[in-house]
Design a protein around this ligand. Sequence first.
Ligand code: MSP
Length: 521
Amino acid sequence: MTPVSTPAFYVTTPIYYVNGDPHIGHAYTTIACDVLARFKRLDGFRVHFLTGTDEHGQKVAKSAAERGIEPIAFCDEVSALFRNLAQALGSTNDDFIRTTEQRHVESCQELWRRLEANGHIYLDKYVGWYSVRDETFFDEGELTAGPDGTRLAPTGAPVEWVEEESYFFKLSAWQDKLLELYDSNPDFIGPKSRFNEVRSFVAGGLRDLSISRTTFSWGIPVPGNDRHIMYVWIDALTNYITGLGFPKEGEAFKTFWPESHHIIGKEIIRHHCVYWPAFLMGAGLPVPKRVFAHGWWTAEGDKMSKSLGNVIDPYEMIERYGLDQLRYFLLREVPFGNDGDFSQTAMGQRTNGELANEFGNLAQRFLSFIAKNLGGVLPEPGALNEDDNALLSACHLLLDQCRDAINQQAFHSALDAIWLVVRGANVYVDKQAPWTLRKTDPARMNTVLYVLAEATRHLAILMQPYVPSAMAKLLDQLGVAEDQRSFAFLGEAHALKGGITLPAPQGVFPRYMPGPGQEAK
Ligand code: MSP
């Protein structure tokens, strides 16, 4: 049983709308959260990782109507696609939430009741603009001119004029409390640029928020007035606490909620960093620990869209390059937090240049050397020289460097640190040239091979969150037992023992060979 003192960590993806098929953007967030979850587990944390689907609202109701089926039948179908995608990505989520589940209806209604009881909700009429695509209300001043005198939301989505009876949340009353929250928790929002964006939005003044709709019925009924359904965002955001058993504030809630990390795309920062903490404070609940907004991917330089037909299908990328390769590419190519471009040329280069050549070859070179020349027995090292110590100390420093980076969600920085060592190890192998030492100084050759194995053990253990299947194979080949692969086994105290027989080596990062018609565009 996990001891009670084990630190906890809660990570969530946004819950994905079921009005469209999953694509690379959804895969990106899920993979990032999975890397975070795996890293924390390996680092001794008790982790809860939640993902799921956002199934209510006007947009979903419309999509179901266009297909001519009941909304719930439509949701069942598309939600399953997201669940399958998570699995195909190797996601280790502990739960998959659907907002149409009874546990979630109860949770939302309880949150509403608490807000109402605390005097934060009033009934009035909403008159203004609404974007169905964003499921968001916009002020006149935020809109831009669209074609033929229409208006567009800042996201480019069309807006429609809405006039209907609505419940409102007194968001305007939360300005000072929110500013206080940001100022006393500089890590509440990452990256820093988003923090500043949210802070100045709130400092500019807040208007009350319409939180119910009456013109369609695909949503959670407002307690005590079922002519109204809840605005889809109050429903959606609440998933994060439903997933911990709310309205019960039991063990799961108490353990994980104070350690909650929401990873989201940059377009939904306002909902997560303004509305959500205000709802929670209004209901007398603690706010999440941190919200991190990542950037958006374009495809070969263009915005991804159905109409352009350039939406990148994660399954196709897995099929073409491999799952580990896709996971690595997404977190390596672009600093987490920035926008980036998904290009097949770059994907091929990272797969071959970095994974196959730099990392894969490093391991294969010394492992096949040991297999061929030493009967597969890992040699005992002799005295270590300066070069050996330099490489091993660089390995020993990696955990702290990776931890610091991962705690900031700087997935790319952790990889940068690891890669410096991968490159250092390649320089080391070329300089030490064990193949020459075999004839001139076999004892020194043994030391060099051992140092390479021990360095690779560190690299493989630390790379597990990013490329789990390849690293499982590599650690097998290094003779590292499955229960000795957590970060607690990094460092000298658990170094490999010379004299063990290693299994037959095999490549862990195959080279990508473009098939016919697959050459990079
Ligand atoms: N249902 C809301 C979220 C509610 S969370 C309480 C929603 N869903 S969504 O299906 O539109 O998914 C949005 C998320 O998908 C983004 O926040 C981001 O995580 C991911 N992405 C979708 N397209 C993307 C890119 N082109 N690039 C990167 N990520 C993007 O919003």
